[in-house]
Design a protein around this ligand. Structure first.
Ligand code: GRG
Length: 334
């Protein structure tokens, strides 16, 4: 391949056409989200059983951040989430499914959003999380043994939100995270793995919860994150990949935690996020013109909230929940 060809390859991007949305279509998004709550016999609801509790958190959080949570059936949702609890103390994605850290954190986040955390057994949840910590400080997501820095954030966030962070071995957890810190400033899933923006969010968030952000170079990490911005204004997760609206959250929230939001071109980024909205059905897609879904919807909305928008609740960059519902559980960062 010629040098020119290589250069083109490195600049993978999308084109923003003129007819794409240029402002936040807030009220359309609540209709989009509520259809997932209403249509329980529909294809999407049935096919999503393996990730339902995560899906419930994405939907409830999107409704909370757009100040429309009161339109949801709070009691029914809380009862459903509680019914996903297993005897090991963790939560699965749906009743009868095995526990997993991803769903356990989402269950806790959802209960907080609906002001129902007192209905959960905090001690048994923390015991469940503690058992998944390995000697080297890393965490498995469940009994299958997969290790990933995502699970470090899930563990520290869950125990912090339940007011029992000290049940975990924080020193070894931090040591493990630092072994996943790469010389380019990013973090990977495990020591030696490629830097990825999703993993940077998990590691930076976990270090913030641990009170150990001083262990890394904020500027070096923020520079790696800033390089994720493409000409369209959208952000990718790693070099030579297409932008995706969810990285607007993973990257921007990491920069917010590091106190480096100004490293990015904010107006170009907003333009890309607005363009990912579906102006007929509501919801956000990964990229302009693709099919909208609740995952990209919540992270698109959360990213816009970080820029400051009066029609949205202010979001907390570590926990991806409104500051209003977190109250005193927020972490003082500076
Ligand atoms: C929100 C508090 C809170 C916690 C969530 C599970 C988790 C903790 C974070 C996930 C972070 C992460 C790894 C995000 C990336 C998700 C994603 C779109 C992965 C796709 O990866 P590839 O390799 O896509 O298919 P690319 O974009 O690299 O081509």
């Amino acid at each position: 391949m010629s040098m020119a060809g290589l250069f083109e390859f490195a600049r993978k991007d999308v084109n923003l056409q003129e007819k794409l949305p240029t402002k936040l279509l807030r009220d359309l998004h609540s209709n989009f989200i509520l259809q997932y709550e209403r249509d329980k016999n529909g294809y999407h609801y049935i096919m999503a059983e393996h990730l339902r509790v995560s899906g419930i958190y994405w939907c409830a959080n999107a409704m909370d951040l757009t100040k429309q949570l009161s339109q949801m059936s709070a009691d029914e949702i809380v009862q459903y989430v509680l019914s996903c609890r297993n005897s090991d103390g963790g939560y699965g994605p749906a009743p009868g499914h095995d526990s997993h850290l991803l769903h356990t954190l989402c269950a806790v986040q959802t209960l907080i959003i609906f002001d129902s955390l007192q209905k959960a057994d905090s001690n048994s949840i923390c015991d469940y999380v503690k058992k998944l910590q390995n000697e080297d400080g890393s965490f498995c997501g469940d009994l299958s043994g997969e290790v990933d820095t995502r699970f470090t954030l899930c563990s520290l966030a869950t125990c912090h939100l339940l007011g029992n962070l000290s049940t975990l071995n924080i020193d070894t957890a931090v040591n493990f995270l630092l072994r996943c810190y790469n010389s380019d400033g990013g973090f990977g899933t495990r020591p030696g793995s490629e830097s990825h923006a999703g993993q940077v969010y998990c590691c930076v968030g976990a270090l913030a919860i641990a009170g150990r952000l001083d262990s890394i170079s904020r500027d070096r990490t923020a520079e790696w994150l800033a390089f994720r911005q493409c000409d369209s204004g959208g952000l990718n997760g790693r070099p030579e990949k297409l932008p995706d609206v969810c990285y607007s959250w993973w990257v921007l929230a990491s920069l917010a935690i590091l106190g480096r939001l100004d490293f990015i071109d904010q107006s170009a980024m907003k333009k890309f996020i607005y363009a990912c909205q579906d102006d007929e059905t509501g919801g956000f897609a990964d990229r302009p013109g693709d099919c909208a879904d609740p995952f990209h919807t919540v992270f698109g909305i959360a990213a816009l909230s970080l820029f400051g928008d009066d029609s949205l609740e202010q979001v907390d960059p570590i926990f991806c929940m409104s500051k209003k519902c977190l109250g005193s559980k927020q972490i003082e960062m500076f």
